[in-house]
Write a protein that binds this ligand. Structure first.
Ligand code: NAD
Ligand code: UDX
Length: 464
C-alpha cells in the first residue's frame, strides 16, 4: 500500500529540512514533524524558522499548512502515520559506560518506546538518526517487547547524508539514498514503500538497498572517511609550513588524480559540526568493543590530528603576538562551524575563543548568522579555565565586521563566510592597533593584498 501519512520524530537540522523536501516532492503525502520541544515546534510554525539553511524558508512556506505540519501532538501524529522517521539527536554519552565516545541512544530508545506505546496499526519505523551498528536490533527489541496484538513493525535504516549549509540542495539532488532492511518478504516490501517515497524525485538508480547493518555502518564510514580527508590535508599543512610548500598547491595536484578527487581537501583551522567528531568517536568505541584496537587507533588519529590542527593555529596566534595576549583585543570573524549555517556545534571558533580568553585576551566576535545568546552559551559550556565573572566582561558580540575589528590587535578568521573575502581591509587596517595581524584559518582572503596594506598575515599550510 502506498505511503499516505508520514510522521517524523525530531524537528532538528535533519528532521525539519528532510521532511520539508519530502512534503514538497510528494504533495499527496501528509507529513507531520513532531518534537518534544514545544519552543522548537512554535519556531517551525513562525516566520523565523529555528535553523538557517539556504532555500529552506521557501520550501517550508510553500507546503506548511497544506501537506506539511509541525506539531507537539506526538501521539496523534504516530497514530495516523504509516511510516515514522526517527530523527532524534544521538549525542556522545556524557557519563557512564563509554563516556565521551559511545553514542547516547536514550533519545532513540525514548522514540521507540513512545511508538510502541501509541501505535494501533502496522508501522514502518525508519532509523534516520546516525546510530551504532545494530541499533535497529535494539529498536526492534523495544517495539516487539511492547507490541500490541495485531500491530506489526518493520524497521529500516535510512541514514541521512545532507551537509548543513547545503541541506536543501543535498536533499533535492542526493548522490544516493541508502535504505537498509531485512531480507524477508515483509522487509523487502517495506524497503520498496520507502523507496517509492524517494522515487518522487530521486532516480531509482540512485536508491541503494542493502542489509540493515551495512546501511548503519555505511553512514559512520562515510563521515569517518570525509573527516579523514580533512585530517590528511591538515596534517600535510604542517609539513608545508615547515618546508615552504603551499598546501593549496599540494591539494590541487593531489586532487587532480581522478582516483583521489578534489573535494574535501581544503586545509583549515580544523573541522567542526555536530557529526564528524561524534560519529568517529562512536566508530572508535565500536571497534574497541569488538576487540579491534588497531582499527580503533587508526580512526582515533583523525580526531587527534584535528585537535592538533586547532592547537597549532591558536599557538601561532599567541606566539605571533609576542607570546602574550593579556590586555589585547582580538577580533574573531565567524562563529558558525562552516559558512551558510548558524549552527555552532563543535565549531573550531569555540576552541579558538576559549584559548584566547584563557591567554588573557579580550575578544570581539562577529558572525552574520549566529545569535549573541548562542555565543555566550557556547563559551560558558566550553571548559573555560578562568571563572565566568573574569571572562564575560572580556567578550563582546558585534553586528558588523567593521565595528568588531575597530581598535583590535588582530583579526582571526574562523569561518569561511563569503562576505569576509571582500571587506574593505584598507579601512579596517586604518582603525586597528599596529602592528595589525590577520590569522586566516580558512585561507579565503587575498593574502598578498593584505600584506600590501601593511597587515602581518599568517595562514594555514603556507609561509607568507
Ligand atoms: P537536533 O538536535 O537538531 O534535533 C533532534 C531533535 O529531536 C531535537 O529537537 C529534540 O528535541 C528531538 N527529540 C529528541 N527525542 C525526541 C522524541 N522522543 N520525540 C520527538 N522529538 C525528540 O539533531 P540533528 O542535527 O537534526 O541530528 C539528528 C540525527 O541525525 C543525529 O543522529 C545526527 O547524527 C544525524 N545527522 C545529522 C546531520 C546534520 O547535519 N545535523 C546530518 C546527517 C545525520
Ligand atoms: C557532514 C557530512 O558532510 C554530511 O554528509 C553528513 O550528513 C553530516 O556531516 P556537515 O558537518 O554539516 O556535514 O558539514 P561539512 O561540509 O561536512 O563540514 C564539516 C566540517 O569540515 C566544517 O567545519 C567544514 O568547515 C570542515 N571542512 C570541510 C574543512 O575543513 N575542509 C574541507 O575540505 C571540508
Amino acid at each position: 500500500m502506498p505511503i499516505k501519512n508520514i510522521c517524523c520524530l525530531g524537528a532538528g537540522y535533519v528532521g525539519g529540512p528532510t521532511c520539508s523536501v519530502i512534503a514538497l516532492k510528494c504533495p499527496e503525502i501528509k507529513v507531520t514533524v513532531v518534537d518534544l520541544s514545544k519552543d522548537r515546534i512554535a519556531q517551525w510554525n513562525s516566520d523565523k524558522l529555528p535553523i538557517y539553511e539556504p532555500g529552506l524558508d521557501d520550501v517550508v512556506k510553500s507546503c506548511r499548512g497544506k501537506n506539511l505540519f509541525f506539531s507537539s501532538d506526538i501521539t496523534s501524529a504516530i497514530l495516523e502515520a504509516d511510516l515514522i522517521f526517527i530523527s532524534v539527536n544521538t549525542p556522545t554519552k556524557a557519563f557512564g559506560n563509554g563516556k565521551g565516545r559511545a553514542a547516547d541512544l536514550k533519545y532513540v530508545e525514548g522514540a521507540a518506546r513512545i511508538i510502541a506505546d501509541v501505535s494501533k496499526s502496522d508501522k514502518i519505523v525508519v532509523e534516520k538518526s546516525t546510530v551504532p551498528v545494530r541499533a535497529a536490533e535494539s529498536i526492534s527489541n523495544i517495539l516487539i517487547a511492547n507490541q500490541r496484538p495485531g500491530v506489526a513493525y518493520q524497521i529500516l535504516s535510512n541514514p541521512e547524508f545532507l551537509a548543513e549549509g547545503s541541506a536543501i540542495n543535498d536533499l533535492l539532488y542526493a548522490d544516493r539514498v541508502l535504505i537498509g532492511g531485512e531480507d524477508t518478504p515483509a522487509g523487502r516490501a517495506a524497503i520498496e514503500e520507502l523507496s517509492s517515497v524517494y522515487q518522487h524525485w530521486i532516480p531509482k538508480t540512485n536508491i541503494v538497498t542493502m542489509n540493515t547493518w551495512s546501511s548503519e555502518l555505511s553512514k559512520l564510514a562515510a563521515n569517518a572517511m570525509l573527516a579523514q580527508r580533512i585530517s590528511s590535508i591538515n596534517s600535510l599543512s604542517a609539513v608545508c609550513e615547515a618546508t615552504g610548500a603551499d598546501v593549496s598547491e599540494v591539494a590541487r595536484a593531489v586532487g587532480l588524480d581522478s582516483r583521489i578527487g578534489s573535494k574535501f581537501l581544503q586545509a583549515s583551522v580544523g573541522f567542526g559540526g555536530s557529526c564528524f567528531q561524534k560519529d568517529i568517536l562512536n566508530l572508535v568505541y565500536i571497534c574497541e568493543s569488538l576487540n579491534l584496537p588497531e582499527v580503533a587507533k587508526y580512526w582515533q588519529q583523525v580526531i587527534d590530528i584535528n585537535e592538533y590542527q586547532k592547537t597549532r593555529f591558536t599557538t601561532k596566534i599567541i606566539e605571533s603576538c609576542f607570546n602574550t595576549l593579556s590586555g589585547k583585543n582580538i577580533c574573531i570573524f565567524g562563529f558558525a562551524f562552516k559558512k551558510n549555517t548558524g549552527d555552532t556545534r563543535e565549531s573550531p571558533s569555540i576552541f579558538v575563543a576559549k584559548t584566547l580568553l584563557d591567554e588573557g585576551a579580550s575578544i570581539r566576535i562577529y558572525d552574520p548568522k549566529v545569535e549573541q545568546n548562542q555565543i555566550y552559551e557556547d563559551l560558558a559550556n566550553s571548559v573555560i579555565c578562568t571563572p565566568p565573572e573574569e571572562w564575560r566582561p572580556r567578550v563582546s558580540v558585534h553586528s558588523d565586521p567593521y565595528s568588531c575589528s575597530e581598535g583590535c590587535h588582530a583579526i582571526v578568521i574562523c569561518t569561511e563566510w563569503d562576505e569576509f573575502i571582500n571587506l574593505d581591509y584598507q579601512k579596517i587596517y586604518s582603525e586597528m592597533m599596529k602592528p595589525a595581524y590577520v590569522f586566516d584559518g580558512r585561507k579565503i582572503v587575498d593574502h598578498q593584498a593584505l600584506l600590501k596594506i601593511g597587515f602581518h598575515v599568517q595562514t594555514i599550510g603556507m609561509r607568507l
